[in-house]
Ligand binder design. Structure first.
Ligand code: AN0
Ligand code: CP
Length: 320
């Protein structure tokens, strides 16, 4: 595997899940695979889980790891070609990327949507440059449009906790004070469409996800109706994807707290498990009692980030 971006990059999901559970049963089984190999993790944005879990996964495989927070200590980077660099940016991404590539065997990159241009974000302008100019395999640690390590961990978690063969999984928009990317819901929809689940998306009007990710998934604008009989509730805020009105791309159109996942919402489900990728704002996205309930999976879900990252790194190492 040379790029990990989409669900199709990991191949058949049953095989990927088998590998995940094999690693979970013995996470040091492949501890020599990454010997003398270096994994470089580049962060343009903050992170707790991705930073720690990916580092741990690489160490489990015997790799060396270098982590760079680009905005803390590295030179400020220009990303546009043709710019007269007379401002505060000292270095161009087009030199920085091959330089970074020269010090490692695998590169992971986190670079969120900038919300300046829908076209730039949805064409994955930054990550595509890493793929093109680093000369190394690249895995996405949340890009402008996708967060595949998260969705793979979510799939592992659903597989572990499902109580019937084809569970009903509901992705629900929930309110948040600031504009957040669409990467988590985009990937979650893409992965759930590929998995053997009954998948429903619910959100207010204006929050329609890009068709390339949501595909033919059922969309229900009535949140309570969507929750009926659900086995898993996956809450997440996202800003306007600009599908209906491109001028609204990246905007907060709605802060309606009636969409907050609370006990009354959970009461109409099939005793659903609650999921969220974290970080989560309590009593905006979900109430204290729901996230603290025995049906909440947020901690095991985060723990599975180590497993999803390890399967991905193992696949990349095997292809070097
Ligand atoms: C990010 C997002 O919503 O995409 C990261 C989630 C994993 N969240 C925030 O920026 C709060
Ligand atoms: N879920 C997730 O990716 O968390 P971080 O932003 O803390 O890495």
């Amino acid at each position: 595997m040379k790029v990990f971006q989409n669900v199709s990059d990991i191949g058949p999901l049953d095989q990927a899940l088998r590998e995940a559970f094999e690693i979970k049963a013995d996470r040091y089984k492949f501890e020599n695979l990454g010997r003398h190999k270096t994994c470089l993790l580049i962060f343009f944005n903050n992170s707790l889980r991705t930073r720690l879990s990916t580092q741990k996964a690489a160490m489990n495989l015997g790799m060396n790891v270098i982590v760079l927070d680009v905005n803390q200590g590295a030179w400020k980077l220009e990303t546009e070609r043709g710019v007269v660099m007379d401002g505060d940016k000292s270095e161009h991404l087009l030199e920085a990327i091959p330089v970074m590539g020269s010090y490692c065997d695998i590169i992971g990159v986190r670079s969120f949507a900038k919300f300046e241009s829908r076209e730039d974000d949805y064409s994955e302008k930054i990550l595509q440059q890493f793929i093109r100019y680093s000369g190394k395999p690249v895995f996405f640690m949340e890009s402008a449009t996708v967060h595949p390590l998260q969705s793979f961990a979510d799939l592992i978690t659903i597989e572990e906790y499902k109580e019937r063969p084809r569970p009903k999984v509901v992705l629900s928009w929930a309110p948040h004070p600031r504009a957040l990317p669409q990467a988590v819901p985009n990937s979650f929809a893409q992965w759930m469409n590929a998995a053997d689940v009954d998948f429903v998306v619910t959100h207010p009007h204006g929050y329609e996800l890009d068709p390339q990710f949501v595909g033919n998934a059922k969309v229900d604008y009535d949140q309570m109706h969507a929750f009926e009989g659900a086995d898993f509730i996956y809450a997440k805020n996202w800003s306007c994807p600009g599908v209906v009105n491109p001028a609204d791309y990246g905007k907060v159109l709605n802060k309606d707290l009636s969409w907050t996942v609370d006990a009354a919402h959970m009461a109409v489900t099939n005793n659903a498990h609650f999921m969220h990728c974290l970080p989560v704002r309590r009593n905006m996205i979900v109430t204290d009692d729901v996230i603290e309930s025995p049906r909440s999976l947020v901690i095991p879900e985060a723990a599975n980030r180590e497993i999803s990252a390890q399967v991905v790194l193992k696949r990349i190492l095997e292809s070097l």
